[in-house]
Design a protein around this ligand. Structure first.
Ligand SMILES: [Fe+2]
Ligand SMILES: [Fe+2]
Length: 255
């Protein structure tokens, strides 16, 4: 029963489980709609968005965020969430660059079929749309929350100093720069299946704490997840960035 669950589960576990449920449901709907499949059900999606996702957000605003605010003030960093946005933006840019590499390879390979080219183009379109959505929300947060604070509470000189620093940073940045930490990409599709797990574990073992790699595979590496859980319980996080139908991408962080 829901009440028992709330009493016996930590807040982190409960929220993570609910987030996972929301994301899984959304991804199922989106995959069916994008694929134009017969069982795509936009009305059910809308019912879920209004009946589950929005109440979740409202519940957070009423109960979770008021509890988090003073904790961030006392023990946290208010900009930490924005830096996580930057990690996602960086990851999208890396993934778009990756797709572009494949595009170039397909272009020069005469044998590549129309299907491979179409799948590659669809991935590129999806990544661009996802990056756009993340960026729109990210820029809006900076402009609605941070900028008014700077303008209200910093002197003109201090504001100028920030602007100069940012101009200098973009002037001196190499054209292919990304935000640190730069992620390692491990595309195991080109590796023989029996060598894949060993390569993945080697990559994970070489990571420093707090660093991550993105694993690219041609199927859902669920058995690998259970192997990670058995050997590295509590030492890693496992987040899907793309779940099929042709490519699976996930970020594995060494905690
Ligand atoms: Fe949430
Ligand atoms: Fe930003």
């Amino acid at each position: 029963m829901a009440d028992t669950t709330i009493q016996t589960t930590s807040v982190g576990e409960a929220i993570h489980a609910h987030h996972q449920e929301i994301l899984d449901t959304l991804r199922e709907h989106v995959a069916a709609i994008v694929a134009g499949e017969g069982h795509a059900n936009p009305s059910a999606l809308l019912a879920f968005l209004k009946g589950d996702l929005l109440p979740h957000a409202q519940g957070e605003e009423a109960h979770l965020y008021p509890a988090v605010d003073p904790l961030v003030k006392a023990h946290g960093t208010a900009t930490a969430t924005m830096m996580i946005d930057h990690e996602y933006i960086t990851s999208y840019i890396d993934r778009i660059a990756n797709v572009m590499d494949v595009t170039r390879a397909l272009r020069s390979a005469d044998s590549a079929g129309g299907h491979a080219r179409q799948a590659n183009l669809s991935t590129l379109q999806r990544l661009c749309l996802q990056l756009e959505a993340v960026l729109v929300a990210h820029l809006d947060k900076e402009e609605r929350v941070y900028i008014p604070l700077l303008e209200m509470y910093l002197s003109k000189e201090e504001q100028q100093r920030i602007l100069s620093g940012m101009h200098e940073a973009s002037r001196t940045a190499p054209s292919d720069s990304t935000f640190p930490p730069q992620e390692t990409w491990l595309d195991v599709r080109a590796i023989a299946p029996r060598q894949r797990h060993e390569t993945i574990f080697d990559t994970f073992n070489a990571l420093r704490s707090g660093h991550a790699f993105v694993l690219v595979n041609d199927h859902d590496p669920k058995p690998l997840y259970y192997q990670f859980k058995a050997e590295f319980e509590g030492l890693f996080t496992w987040t899907y960035l793309e779940q099929g139908p042709e490519t699976w991408q996930l970020r594995i962080v060494r905690v």
